[in-house]
Design a protein around this ligand. Structure first.
Ligand SMILES: NC(=O)c1ccc[n+]([C@@H]2O[C@H](COP(=O)([O-])OP(=O)(O)OC[C@H]3O[C@@H](n4cnc5c(N)ncnc54)[C@H](OP(=O)(O)O)[C@@H]3O)[C@@H](O)[C@H]2O)c1
Length: 299
């Protein structure tokens, strides 16, 4: 039995990885706030990665065969308003995790976002020039540099806007919040000038497990098959779940002046993912249909 550490394991990405885990792996999953996850698949621990001593003790206790480092503040708007706290969570936390991984000589995948790009030259290949337009993208790019300049055995995964069933304790995502609002009969305003290729969290889980198995180096972009703006995404969600699409109103980004700047089009190229990881980009309609199926099973 091999052991993997997933930092931020209760997030949407960590949940996707837990649900797609192959046999033969013991998962140690970290989160920060004090809650208990009822889940037999992983061992969930409460540990703040900003605390170097605790991270070092963890690596002394377990012999990890791989590390997925996904923990940190990942809300674009929260980071914009709480810069110092976000630096500690992302940059200090990453330094603590990468230092321990380096000393242990363990392969690490750092999870970064599409937000490292300015959104003016899509689709983006892994070699494309970075130029973040908000503080979240800037901090995550600093973390990427920290990883590439201090580790020998590593890769960077850059997923894009992710959707899927999240743990009830963690933040909702584009599908779950739109679904809940439409279910309650509330109007949803969605912008038509931010373009992505949304990623199902179970596809992201498959891609991470492929990286753990193949141990490639360098950067991997991971995204879904179809490109759409948020308004089109909303219409597909309404259709998939049989909800009232007339509640969805088309607006542009000028409607939300208080939020952090968003790059207009960060659609990612998935050629490297498909060729080297052997993971197929999932169609939005298929990802949404799978979510619906899983909801029925739970009901
Ligand atoms: N979601 C997306 O659309 C998306 C897109 C591109 C890239 N990414 C990247 O993917 C990664 C995971 O994102 P996500 O959406 O799955 O995250 P998420 O749902 O916001 O969850 C964040 C996770 O990190 C944990 N965490 C935060 N600060 C921590 C700390 N100081 N110590 C230990 N754990 C801490 C949280 O624990 P608590 O629940 O206890 O707070 C939670 O488990 C992030 O690095 C993000 O930048 C996400």
């Amino acid at each position: 039995m091999k052991t993997i550490l997933i930092t931020g394991g209760t997030g949407l990405l960590g949940k996707g990885m837990e649900e797609t885990a192959p046999a033969g792996w013991k998962i140690v999953s970290l989160h920060q706030r004090d809650y208990k996850v009822d889940d037999a698949r992983a061992e969930h621990l409460v540990l703040d990665i900003r605390e170097k001593k605790l991270v070092d003790e963890l690596f002394a206790k377990y012999k990890f065969d791989a590390v997925i480092h996904a923990a940190g503040i990942a809300s674009v708007d929260y980071v914009e308003k709480h810069y110092a706290e976000s630096l500690e969570s992302n940059l200090v936390g990453t330094l603590n995790v990468t230092s321990a991984a380096r000393r242990a000589g363990v392969y690490l995948v750092y999870v970064s976002p599409n937000a490292v790009f300015d959104g003016n030259k899509a689709p983006y290949a892994e070699s494309a020039k970075t130029n973040p337009v908000n503080k979240y993208g800037q901090i995550k790019l600093q973390c990427e540099k920290l990883v590439t300049e201090t580790l020998e055995r590593y890769a960077i995964m850059r997923p894009i806007l992710m959707y899927g069933w999240n743990h009830p304790v963690t933040r909702p995502n584009t599908v779950t919040w739109i679904y809940e609002k439409l279910q309650r009969g509330e109007t949803v305003e969605l912008v038509d000038d931010v373009m992505e290729n949304p990623l199902y969290n179970l596809q992201c889980g498959d891609a991470l497990w492929a990286m753990v198995a193949k141990r490639p180096d360098g950067i991997f972009h991971v995204a879904g098959k179809d490109r759409c703006n948020r308004y089109q995404f909303g219409l597909k969600i309404a259709k998939a779940f049989g909800l009232d699409a007339s509640l969805i109103k088309r607006v542009d980004s000028s409607r939300f002046p208080a939020i952090a700047a968003r790059p207009p089009n960060t659609t990612l190229s998935v050629k490297r993912m498909e060729k080297e990881l052997g993971v197929k980009a999932v169609l939005l309609a298929d990802g949404l249909a799978d979510m619906k199926k899983r909801m029925r099973i739970k009901a």
